[in-house]
Design a protein around this ligand. Structure first.
Ligand code: NAD
Length: 498
């Protein structure tokens, strides 16, 4: 049998959103043209001015009300997420709850992080009062993926809005209904102006948004698309945030709590069918505990099953083309000497992929090097944690990572070349609203969430105000030789010490 769920198809001016569990049409949406997108960005401009004019308190109040609407209608939102992604309702709720926390945090902290701050002017410029504040950019274009269609795009949208920008949002073609639901809920709370707008369609609509005169693009999706977006944005020097793919490792030290590490591995690798940018794809385990750890992972994995019934722990592979990638990575690993201790190539069906745990996989195989984005994980034995760190870092990606160690957690975390690390619990950094989220290398750059996420959607404005005439005039052709001599003396006293 072959994969059955087609990519959403464009029928004239519209396209259908399909359930990945049943192929049923769950919604029909416009394919917005470049003209439509430009019109949205143009109308967002005036909306942005109005939104900025509301000030921090006004915006915080609207964000608080929006959060209330989302919270009270959570079951409805979770159903839309399930319809379009196939994920269990409980998982849809978890990502929505985390997103609500971000709305609360961003609204509450925007003034403190972005509002006017005094800076020290230094001795030579002590006649000046120095301040900086973070002004909104204007209109931000947000392009989102489908795997966490609430949590992921809101990670950009919420911070851009809290910073005073208007937003034009292009959700994934697999989850336009979730995007529409969120935007409609916002419009109920902010009916005056189109501060948050939706445009729907495929990659072309996303590309049109990049070229529509926005002041920044916040992109979350694959590394390949991120590169195209950056190249296109370079034409107009439009800044970008790129939140791209990952190949996240878990390190398990000899003194680790093995039950907790195995539980984190199984959940991190298989939940959401492995379609998690910060999902666990590789594990490096100290040789002293390797066999015991693998046995625990195998034991726990036996209880995990993909399906669409109430008892299944995770749902279908949302994007059918990914099934071939998952199959290829497993096949390559096995051909090159790896062993499947759970699952294998046959675990990947037409819609669902059952868990696969691979051991003895060469480090240069696709299953270790490329993002699989499926419910598979490789486990490798290492001599010591130095080898674990070296192997974990030997990747183009650098998004998240997890360390299980009782005595060396922080030290190992600091040595990992990733934007985020969780110690002794899986993916915990993603649930802490005050922590920045983002990667290095092929995982992208720029940050969402936390103070860094607010500043990402603002421009710093520095102001130096002269409080009184300086005793030494430095910036004038009337400057005296005696002034230069005095400055030379001063700077020697201040900075010339050996
Ligand atoms: P994708 O790159 O295929 O698509 C993402 C979005 O980009 C979609 O809305 C798509 O329509 C749009 N797009 C496609 N081509 C475009 C173009 N040329 N110009 C502008 N927009 C274009 O990614 P996906 O399959 O939707 O998402 C899965 C990927 O996202 C995985 O690699 C995953 O790791 C990554 N991801 C990363 C994060 C993170 O925070 N780093 C979070 C979630 C997902």
């Amino acid at each position: 049998m072959t994969a059955v769920q087609p990519k959403p198809t464009s029928v004239g001016e519209t396209f259908d959103s399909l359930s990945p569990a049943t192929d049923e049409v769950v919604g029909t949406y416009p394919v917005h043209s470049a003209e439509d997108v430009r019109a949205a960005v143009d109308s967002a401009r005036a909306a942005a001015e109005w939104w900025d004019g509301l000030g921090y308190a006004g915006r915080a109040d609207r964000l608080r009300q929006w959060k209330g609407v989302i919270t009270r209608r959570l079951p409805q939102l979770c159903q839309v997420v399930r319809d379009e992604t196939g994920k269990p309702i409980a998982d849809a709720q978890l990502e929505s709850v985390l997103a609500i926390e971000h709305i609360a945090w961003a609204g509450k902290h925007a003034r403190k992080i972005l509002g006017k701050q005094r800076r020290s002017a230094g001795l030579l410029m002590s006649n000046q009062a120095a301040t900086v504040e973070y002004r909104p950019l204007g209109v931000v274009g947000v392009i989102g993926p489908w795997n966490y269609p609430v949590f992921t795009p809101l990670g950009s949208i919420v911070y851009a809005l809290a910073a005073g920008n208007a937003v034009v949002f292009k959700p994934s073609e697999y989850t336009p209904g979730v995007g529409k639901w969120l935007v409609d809920a916002f419009a109920e709370i902010v009916p005056e102006h189109p501060v948050l707008q939706l445009v729907t369609g495929f990659g072309e609509t996303g590309a049109a948004l990049v070229g529509a005169g926005v002041d920044k693009i916040a992109f979350t999706g694959s590394t390949a698309t991120g590169k195209k977006i950056m190249a296109a944005a370079a034409q107009t020097l439009t800044p970008v945030v790129i939140e791209a793919g990952g190949k996240d490792p878990v390190l398990v030290d000899a003194d680790a709590d093995l039950d907790a590490a195995a539980d984190a591995t199984v959940w991190g690798a298989f939940s959401n069918s492995g379609q998690t940018c910060i999902g666990v794809e590789r594990v490096y385990v100290h040789e002293r505990v390797h066999d015991e750890f693998v046995a625990k992972v195998v034991e726990k994995s036996r209880d995990i099953r993909a399906g669409s019934d109430e008892d299944a722990q995770y749902g279908p592979v949302t994007m059918p083309s990914q099934l071939a990638v998952i199959r290829r990575h497993i096949a390559d690993a096995i051909e090159r000497g790896g062993r499947a201790v759970i699952g294998g190539v046959d675990s990947v069906g037409d819609r669902y992929a059952q868990p696969t745990v691979l051991v003895d996989v060469p480090e240069d195989s696709e299953a270790v090097r490329e993002e699989t984005f499926g419910p598979t994980v490789t486990i490798a034995k290492v001599r010591d944690m130095d080898e674990a760190v070296d192997k974990a870092n030997a990747t183009r990606y650098g998004l998240g990572s997890t360390v299980f160690s009782k005595s060396r957690g922080v030290e190992l975390a600091n040595r990992l070349r990733t934007g985020m690390t969780a110690i002794n619990a899986p993916l915990s950094f993603a649930g802490i609203a005050s922590l920045p989220f983002g990667g290095v290398g092929d995982s992208g750059f720029g940050r969402i969430h936390g103070p860094e996420g607010l500043r990402e959607f603002a421009r710093s404005k520095a102001v130096a105000r002269q409080r009184f005439t300086a005793p030494l005039t430095l910036t004038s052709f009337d400057r005296k030789e005696s002034t230069d001599a005095l400055v030379a003396k001063l700077i020697t006293i201040m900075h010339g010490k050996r």
